[in-house]
Design a protein around this ligand. Structure first.
Ligand SMILES: [Ca+2]
Ligand SMILES: [Ca+2]
Length: 267
């Protein structure tokens, strides 16, 4: 019976989500329409489950001609491990730097100091292979550069590209339900025990957790009370902190966390 208000909240929030999603799609459509011929560095998206290797291509579109390029590829080290980087040779023989280890952010560098002409090819310039770690969450792979110093043409003039980030989506791993019992410690252990999405600790991920997360929307890790602020308590009377509501661990509590939690609802 006490579920009713939550059901209502769920419906209201679902409607908000749908409208939010539409406005995001709308914005993306407008952006891409206004940028049809804009030089673009694009990070592809991929998906897999924990343990899988996923290739993420980085490509150029509408390349106006460059001689050198330095890009920083950012990724969530708690979800992804960079295991391989492949240069596709489109930007000359001065292949990108591969560091002693795959640091984060990873630096891609094409340095053609003696090039006489620009490289104008479009397409995939590099492919990064990530391993999806255990307990990984869907996360972004970003590409950034310093507009003043990182991309030049042969005249040493800076060249500007828009960037588009990619996402490595992590497929839900089927919960290990012990067939016929035996391996489990107690016949009916809820699959979500200990789930980061179970904010109130009641062994379910549902509209109650969603409503709690909503309370913290807008907070980010620059907030002084990020890890101490507790607006509500969990089922054991322990304060639920803002930081624990950042379920996708990107340092801000926003629509992405709501969606992430929503798709992890129990049952
Ligand atoms: Ca819960
Ligand atoms: Ca977040």
């Amino acid at each position: 019976m006490s579920k009713k208000p939550y059901r209502l909240i769920t419906i209201i929030l679902a409607v908000m989500l749908v409208f939010g999603a539409f406005s995001m799609i709308g914005t993306a459509a407008v952006n891409s329409m206004s940028a049809l011929d804009e030089p673009m560095i694009k990070v592809a998206s991929g998906s897999g489950k924990a343990g899988d290797a996923v290739d993420v291509a980085i490509s150029l579109e509408n390349n106006p001609g460059v001689a050198s390029m330095r890009l920083l590829v950012g990724y969530d080290t708690s979800s992804l491990k960079l295991v391989k980087v492949e240069d596709k040779g489109l930007l000359g023989s001065a292949a990108h730097y591969m560091g002693p280890e795959f640091a984060q952010p990873y630096t891609l560098l094409w340095s053609n100091g003696t090039a006489k002409t620009n490289f104008t090819a479009n397409g995939t310039i590099a492919v990064l292979q990530f391993e999806i770690l255990q307990g990984a969450k869907s996360s972004q792979v970003t590409v950034t550069y310093n507009a003043r110093s990182d991309i030049h043409n042969v005249d040493l003039k800076p060249v500007s590209f828009a960037t588009e980030n990619g996402t490595v989506s992590v497929a839900a791993v089927p919960s290990p339900t012990p067939a016929g019992g035996g391996s489990g410690s107690g016949g009916s252990v809820p699959a979500s025990t200990g789930s980061i999405y179970d904010l109130n600790g009641d062994s379910k991920v549902d509209s109650k957790d969603f409503a709690i997360l909503l309370l913290y929307c807008g907070f980010d890790k620059s907030s002084s009370n990020w890890s101490t602020l507790a607006k509500v308590k969990d089922s054991k009377g322990k304060g639920i902190t803002a930081s624990s509501c950042d379920v996708n661990r990107d340092g801000v509590i926003d629509m992405l966390d709501l969606i992430d939690l929503f798709i992890h609802y129990t049952k």
